[in-house]
Ligand binder design. Structure first.
Ligand code: SF4
Ligand code: SF4
Length: 414
């Protein structure tokens, strides 16, 4: 059925093209959750990549993403929240006060973490609507005490889920859930890697759509595999470009582009570039590390995977710089674009270091785009993106410049 939450997506005939499946992912998730709720399966709403999905799956529940990407739910949220808050926080809360996100309405519990200030204070209002559990995320990731604290938090969530859902979560169930999530991460990583090729078979926008709001559902894993099989057989989902007309390769970093908030990646690709790498939370960031499902202590293995996430709420956040270094090389980026949602202080402040890394160390043009969910500044953003593209082209055509700059850099090989 067509879910109101999927506004903006057009229902059409769904053939055997996996991209059609992902285009209608909200509706598939809606139908699935509606059916499974009737069978008594619990739903746990989540809002961040720090949430250890494995524990929720091992408790027999489904982790469903509640992050809002709609501009329309922001005005109702602003009746409660300050206007100068990140649109992601406001949109998510707007769905909550309007009772218009069926996945939140169906949720038996919401699990969240103490990440940025906007989110964690919004949770205090949201918990009036739903049972809520917040893990305390320590933010000095390199500190051994912080790791020990996070492992204890993961154990506490484990105990809470057992009590809340009246289930016993076994280590075998945790290992099975870790393998399932590893499989999902592996498939998504493989899809992302196709964009490291010289003439990628998918656009960045198409790749961004290839995700599910429910973690670990078999139907979605099958669709990932089906898309991989078709690409392996040589199929393309975007036309090949002649060598003389190669697209400028963009590494996109910064905040996540949740469902409904894909405008910036679309603008970049409308300017003739291709976003070959998405380093953010809706891209590779949560996929870079798996859980060691055979580790002696499975709780520690799960805790470690999530604790290593290089989010800007961590201080210092050197892992993100390391990740950007590696990805810029691996995906042969020609430039770096950083997206910052308005009022996202952590990514905004950290952008100084990303700019330094891009321009001084990697010698790549860098552009920071600060915006929200309103399309009103699209023309202005496009002008800035086009100026960046021009800079990349000028560098390539300068005397001694390389017409295909990314291929001859000393760091060109992964
Ligand atoms: S950017 Fe940070 S706070 Fe936002 S979803 Fe990712 S991990 Fe969570
Ligand atoms: S984009 Fe920034 S402010 Fe918004 S929820 Fe994520 S970390 Fe918080």
């Amino acid at each position: 059925m067509l879910c109101e939450y999927s506004a903006g997506y057009v229902m059409g005939s769904i053939g055997d093209n996996p991209l059609d499946y992902f285009e209608h992912i909200i509706d598939h998730c809606y139908d699935l959750v509606e059916a499974e709720k009737k069978q008594g399966r619990p739903i746990v709403g989540i809002m961040c990549e720090f949430t250890p999905r494995e524990l929720i799956l091992a408790a027999g529940a489904w982790p469903v993403c509640l992050c809002g990407g709609s501009a329309q739910t922001i005005p109702p949220a602003e009746q409660y929240l300050p206007a100068n808050l990140c649109p992601l926080v406001k949109s998510t809360f707007g769905y909550c006060v309007q009772h218009s996100n069926p996945f939140l309405e169906w949720s038996d519990l919401v699990v969240a973490e103490t990440t940025c200030d906007g989110k964690k204070k919004m949770y205090e209002l949201m918990r009036q609507f739903k049972p809520f559990y917040v893990l305390e995320l320590p933010q000095k990731a390199a500190d051994p005490d912080a790791r020990a604290h996070w492992i204890a938090e993961v154990h506490k969530l484990h105990d809470y889920l057992q009590r809340h859902f009246q289930v016993a979560i076994s280590t075998d169930a945790l290992r099975a859930a870790a393998e399932l999530m590893n499989q999902e991460r592996r498939l998504r990583r493989q899809l992302a890697q196709y964009l490291s090729s010289e003439n990628p078979p998918l656009t960045g926008r198409q790749l961004l759509a290839c995700k599910s709001m429910i973690s670990g559902i078999p139907q979605t894993l099958d669709q990932f595999q089906s898309l991989i099989d078709r690409i392996e057989r040589g199929e393309r989902f975007t036309p090949a470009r002649p060598k003389a007309d190669r697209a400028i390769r963009v590494l996109l970093t910064g905040v996540p582009l949740v469902h409904g908030a894909e405008r910036v990646i679309e603008l970049i690709e409308q300017c003739g570039a291709i976003v070959v790498c998405q380093e953010n939370c809706t891209g590779l960031k949560p996929l870079l590390e798996d859980v060691d499902s055979q580790a002696g202590d499975i709780w520690e293995a799960i805790a470690d995977k999530y604790f290593h996430l290089p989010c800007s709420v961590m201080t210092p956040n050197e892992r993100r710089m390391d990740s950007l270094r590696t990805l810029a090389r691996q995906y042969r980026a020609d430039c770096i674009v950083e997206l910052v949602w308005q009022a996202c202080l952590t990514y905004d402040v950290e952008s100084y270091q990303v700019r330094q890394l891009a321009e001084k160390e990697l010698q790549l043009p860098y552009l920071k785009l600060t915006t929200d969910y309103s399309p009103s500044d699209s023309a202005r953003l496009k002008v800035r993106i086009e100026a960046l593209m021009e800079t990349v082209r000028q560098r390539a055509s300068a005397p001694g410049g390389d017409p295909q700059p990314h291929t001859s850099r000393s760091c060109a090989q992964p």
